[in-house]
Structure formats: structure tokens, C-alpha cells
Design a protein around this ligand. Structure first.
Ligand code: ZN
Length: 274
């Protein structure tokens, strides 16, 4: 009984002591101690380094007008370009790119062109009305009277101006590669000339680790089509990869895999996204 009372008195004085310390001139010192102990202090300090986002308009004043987002960190690092919506009937690519355009990064520079081919997205077709396949006319021509060729030239100019270390092009295929060869769904397509095969293999492992069904795991294919974005990237000495999701899966899953593939590749390049 007496013991309990004594511990109550001790507790009371302790509470009063801490209270007085907190509201006295020493409170900042005390709070500093608390801050040092608090988990996540590092994260809040890191958050002070924020990236900025600016917008640039391509094909201004035409039906192909589209926005390029330039996300830049003050901390030096690689430049990576992400392109979605080259084909208007492949929604996971441009929907994932829409959200990638809102990301912040802790180093380097992220260029995001979420909806490259706006008229093709409007009609949900592979190509813009009357236009050729945008992904077969690179590096394009600014002199052409066909706007798809002019668009390719404007995108290629962005690549020339910024010299990205990597170009990531987001696409979809109707069927999965596991269903039949050449279907292309759930693949990373990496040019034969690329030399960062280790990173691509690590990417494959990182992304597949999170996929619930083994048959939906990504496979690696090598090669590049004539006039494609990844071939144009090679002209500039940039590394490049196509992320192809499979339309046999739910749209939300496809968007998630697109986003995850991009964030995993950025992570492998030393860029954290938040
Ligand atoms: Zn495509």
C-alpha cells in the first residue's frame, strides 16, 4: 500500500519535471532529443530536397498538341524519358504515364510525355486518323505535311535536346507472349544493340517477384522495329526499352505493372520516386 503511494508520488514529480522542462527555456533541447529518437526523421529531412515540374507543349496549336512534363531534382543524376500513348488503343500505357507525370524524384531528371499521339487516343485506334503508325516513322520530319511525321520529329527533338540515358516506351499487346510466340504481351523488349542487359535482367526479376501468377510474369525479348522510338533512341546512344502489358488482364493490373516497371527501372538507375 505504502509502496504504491510512493511510486505515485514519484510518478507525479516526474510528470511535473518533464512538463516544466518542456515549457521552460530548455524545451527546444528536449524536443531535439525527441526528434533524434523519432523514426522517419531522416525521411522528413530528405523530403526537403524536392523536384520541380515544368510543362512544355509539343505540336502547339494543332490537333496533336500534347504536354511534356519535365521533373527535375537539384541532385545530379541520370535523365530518363518515359513515353505513353504512342498507340491510342493501348490505354494502360498512357494511363500509367499520366500518373508517372505526377511523381517526384530524389535525383536526376524525368521527362514524361504521357499522351504522345492525342488524336489516336481520341479515337482509341492505333494510329491518328489518316496517319501512319507513329512508332514506324522516327526520327520523323519537321518538313512533312503529315502531322504524324512532324510529331515524331518533335519527340525526337526532345530526345536530342535532353540526351536521356534511358528511354522507356509504354505499350500494350492484345495477347500474352506465353499464349503464343510473337504476341508480345507481358514482355520487356530491349534492342539487340543495348549493352545494359544486366539492368534489364534485374528489372525482370524485380517486377516478376510481385506478380501473383507465374504465367503473367514478364519475359525478355530482344530487337527493335524500323522507325520505332527505341530505334531512334539508339541513334542518340540512349538505352531504351519497351514495356508491353497484355490486354487479357484487367486494366488496373496492367496500369500497375506499367508503373511498377518504370519505378523499378528508375530505382535500378539510382532514382527513388515518391
Ligand atoms: Zn503499341
Amino acid at each position: 500500500m505504502f509502496g504504491n503511494r510512493r511510486s505515485l508520488i514519484i510518478t507525479y514529480f516526474l510528470v511535473v519535471f518533464v512538463f516544466l522542462l518542456y515549457f521552460s527555456g530548455d524545451s527546444s533541447l528536449l524536443m531535439q532529443k525527441f526528434d533524434q529518437l523519432r523514426p522517419g526523421k531522416k525521411a522528413s529531412a530528405g523530403a526537403e530536397i524536392t523536384s520541380t515540374r515544368t510543362e512544355k507543349t509539343l505540336m502547339e496549336g494543332t490537333s496533336f498538341e500534347t504536354v511534356l512534363y519535365v521533373i527535375e531534382s537539384p541532385v545530379e543524376g541520370p535523365t530518363v524519358m518515359v513515353i505513353g500513348g504512342v498507340h491510342g488503343d493501348e490505354p494502360a500505357g498512357y494511363k500509367a504515364a499520366d500518373s508517372i507525370a505526377t511523381w517526384a524524384i530524389d535525383r536526376g531528371r524525368l521527362l514524361v510525355l504521357p499522351r504522345a499521339n492525342v488524336p489516336s487516343i481520341a479515337v482509341q485506334e492505333r494510329n491518328a486518323p489518316g496517319g501512319p503508325d507513329l512508332n514506324r516513322v522516327f526520327p520523323g520530319s519537321s518538313e512533312s505535311n503529315n502531322e504524324t511525321h512532324v510529331l515524331a520529329a518533335e519527340i525526337f527533338k526532345v530526345m536530342t535536346d535532353y540526351q536521356p540515358m534511358w528511354v522507356i516506351d509504354l505499350h500494350e499487346a492484345e495477347y500474352c507472349e506465353y499464349q503464343f510466340r510473337g504476341a508480345l504481351g507481358q514482355t520487356f523488349i530491349y534492342p539487340n544493340e543495348g549493352s545494359s542487359t544486366d539492368i534489364i535482367k534485374e528489372l525482370l526479376i524485380a517486377v516478376n517477384r510481385s506478380i501473383y501468377s507465374e504465367r503473367y510474369g514478364f519475359m525478355l525479348l530482344r530487337g527493335s522495329a524500323r522507325g520505332s522510338i527505341i530505334e531512334a533512341a539508339q541513334l542518340l546512344g540512349s538505352e531504351s526499352v519497351i514495356i508491353e502489358t497484355c490486354e487479357q488482364m484487367e486494366l488496373d493490373d496492367r496500369i500497375r505493372y506499367q508503373r511498377q516497371s518504370v519505378s523499378s527501372l528508375l530505382y535500378l538507375l539510382g532514382i527513388a520516386v515518391f
